[in-house]
Ligand binder design. Sequence first.
Ligand SMILES: [Zn+2]
Length: 125
Amino acid sequence: MASKMNTCSGRAHPGTIAFANLVARVFPGCEIGRIYDCTKVAGYKTLSDHAYGRAVDIFPKDRAQGDEIFKWCIAKHNLNDITVVIWWRQIWSSLNPTIHKYTGVHPHEDHVHISLKLLKGFGLL
Ligand SMILES: [Zn+2]
């Protein structure tokens, strides 16, 4: 039997949507992009956190706002159960909690990618 972790969740989860709306309120002018998407990480075989409905792409109005969103997410990662933030070729993750170079295929120069803990994404917290 396939593990639930290896299949798409089928929908964006309420916690993810609530978090996306929070970012949009805190940073006027940014736009909420992709949340649920049954897809793999660009260039990899593993499913994206979007496939579990626990990631959101935020499109800032400009690079300065993207920098602000990136820093805000890192500063508030505990409060919001954030596990990964990617922006402008940089990544912060709860597994490696320093800002370091992001070497993924997509440079993330147009959007901030934010992943949340699974429970948060499922709206259970
Ligand atoms: Zn993303």
